[in-house]
Design a protein around this ligand. Structure first.
Ligand SMILES: NC(=O)C1=CN([C@@H]2O[C@H](COP(=O)(O)OP(=O)(O)OC[C@H]3O[C@@H](n4cnc5c(N)ncnc54)[C@H](O)[C@@H]3O)[C@@H](O)[C@H]2O)[C@@H](O)CC1
Ligand SMILES: Nc1ncnc2c1ncn2[C@@H]1O[C@H](COP(=O)(O)OP(=O)(O)O)[C@@H](O)[C@H]1O
Ligand SMILES: [K+]
Length: 478
């Protein structure tokens, strides 16, 4: 499983360069009819792959020109041998009549902003709306982080050997355009020697850990999710409850302040409501060990009451999700929160909430993967740092990047449903890191299946179809 999802590692080897270049050329030949190609080659392995692309296309009769960033004598000797045709200087003038521009300037070796003629030429190609095909990564994009210093949007990126984090993290993912991966036998064999700690989210990572129904089970054996329901924003907890129920929690209860009882009760049917008149009532509820997954935050409100309920929940040591206001209310005192965490816990912040909680503790200028990992380490929790490139990070350093979420999820309440899905899986006994990853993926898949016009209320009802698809994978594998 780990090998298949390796997102790190680069092998500087001429056989691999030859294979990668040939793969890119094959893709180009499959997708385009012979047309004028300009291959932009840098001084390292990426440039070497460019030479191989040029050689292969030229051999097939394509009109190919090659432009190099620095004099051929200065590039790595064994790479220049890959192309024995003429070369031009890599400047905007080289673009001339090219129809396809192959960006083989820099790959994973980039360690500073793209500048000079390389940046000018790519910017000029982008401005002229030429078709740009990136070899491995768009030059100027950092493969470890997806950050860009000078990269331009490409039509197609052909990742060599395997995906890197930058192919999935923004803005890198958007800059890549369509992404294809060279999964040839050699590349898979070569990357198998690495032990990765960063994965792309997908069922392979967690399908065998999903809760399975037992023929002789009852609703209690499927777990009981308890949600703190705030007031007056009651919709948030109700959406979380529907997420928890649809993902399979046998029972879902919302604990609500008495003032809100009628609102909640009138709006719910299978989800139960339990009134809490005084803080002690909530303590009594929590003492019932049949609540196997607890969540607080959606619509909870930011204030001392929410803080007190968060700490009461954490004292149980049971599997917990802290979302939204449960995070924001510890803005000035995050260590009190982290010190109180003694059991399995998932934090699901969006960037705003993340900043509130971790600003004084972590370097906020770091990339998303690094920040999520550092937050997981600092808090001792699984972190779900949300967005179009949600990162799920575990305290032990493993991290998963999610890439299946459509932008229709940028709608009020989508995060509340996600938090509910996570707690629903926790309540059924799934471990936090995998529950978080499965929830994020199912949330993205559900939203994708709907298309435009999605609102948060739609999401829970879309989960059954996605679960049924996963069951087919599970049945096939096990
Ligand atoms: N129907 C309902 O009852 C709803 C209730 N909600 C609840 O409303 C409360 C406030 O939630 P909000 O999410 O509005 O949070 P907040 O109001 O706490 O934070 C939003 C602020 O953070 C900033 N921010 C920075 N990066 C952001 C990002 N990537 N995504 C979102 N905001 C970002 C925004 O600019 C904004 O100023 C929570 O309790 C939430 O559960 C919302 O979920 C919406 C639906
Ligand atoms: N542009 C986007 N593309 C994909 N997913 C997104 C995008 N914007 C937000 N999301 C997802 O939608 C959800 C929004 O959650 P959140 O910001 O907490 O909103 P709310 O509090 O309104 O529920 C998260 O799961 C987030 O990852
Ligand atoms: K490149």
């Amino acid at each position: 499983m780990r090998q298949a999802y390796n997102l790190h590692c680069y092998i500087d080897d001429s056989t691999l360069i030859e294979n990668a270049g040939n793969y890119v050329a094959q893709i180009i030949q499959k997708r385009w009819t012979p047309s004028p190609v300009l291959v932009l080659c840098g001084p390292g392995g990426n440039g070497g792959e460019g030479f191989v692309v040029a050689k292969r296309l030229a051999k097939s009769g394509w009109p190919v020109r090659v432009a190099v960033l620095i004099a051929r004598e200065s590039t790595v000797a064994h790479l220049t041998e890959l192309w024995d045709g003429p070369v031009e200087a890599l400047t905007p003038a080289a673009l001339k009549d090219a129809v396809l521009v192959i960006d083989a300037i820099f790959g994973t070796g980039l360690n500073r902003p793209l500048g000079g003629q390389a940046a000018l030429t790519l910017a000029c190609a982008a401005e002229r709306k030429m078709t740009i095909i990136a070899v491995d990564v768009p030059s100027g994009m950092y493969s470890d982080t997806g950050a860009s210093e000078g990269a331009v949007p490409c039509s197609l990126t052909v990742a060599c050997f395997h995906k890197k984090p930058g192919h999935l993290l923004q803005p890198g993912r958007s800059l890549c355009g369509e992404l294809l991966v060279d999964s040839s036998e050699t590349s898979v064999t070569q990357s198998a020697q690495f032990i990765p700690d960063t994965f792309e989210n997908g069922p392979t990572l967690w399908v065998d850990r999903l809760p399975m129904l037992q023929t002789v089970g009852n609703k209690y054996t499927r777990g009981h999710a308890l949600i703190w329901g705030g007031w007056p924003a009651t919709g948030a907890a109700r959406m979380a409850a529907m997420g928890a129920s649809r993902i399979g929690a046998g029972l879902t209860t919302i604990a609500v302040p008495e003032v809100a009882l009628q609102v909640y009760a009138a709006a719910l049917t299978s989800v139960m409501v339990s009134p809490v008149a005084r803080p002690e009532d909530f303590g009594r509820l929590l003492a019932d060990a049949r609540y196997t997954g607890l969540i607080i935050g959606p619509g909870a409100g930011v204030g001392p009451e929410t803080r007190a309920y968060v700490l009461a929940i954490l004292r149980t040591g049971r599997a917990t999700v802290l979302d939204a206001d449960a995070l924001s209310c510890f803005k000035d005192d995050p260590l009190t929160l982290f010190n109180a965490i003694v059991g399995p816990c998932v934090l699901t912040p969006h960037e705003g909430e993340f900043k509130r909680l971790f600003e004084g503790l972590l370097d906020m200028k770091g990339d998303k993967l690094t920040r999520a990992r550092a937050a997981a380490h600092t808090s001792g929790c699984t972190i779900v740092l949300k967005g179009s490139d949600t990162v799920i990070a575990a305290p032990d350093g493993d991290a998963i990047i999610n890439a299946n979420a459509p932008p229709t999820l940028a709608t009020a309440g989508a995060g509340d449903v996600l938090a509910g899905i996570v707690v629903g899986l926790l309540a059924q006994g799934m471990a936090p890191f995998y529950a978080a990853a499965a929830a994020v993926w199912l949330h993205g898949a559900a939203a994708s299946s709907y298309g435009l016009g999605l609102i948060a209320e739609d999401l829970p009802g879309l989960l059954p179809k996605e679960l049924q698809k996963l069951q087919k994978i599970w049945n096939h594998n096990y």
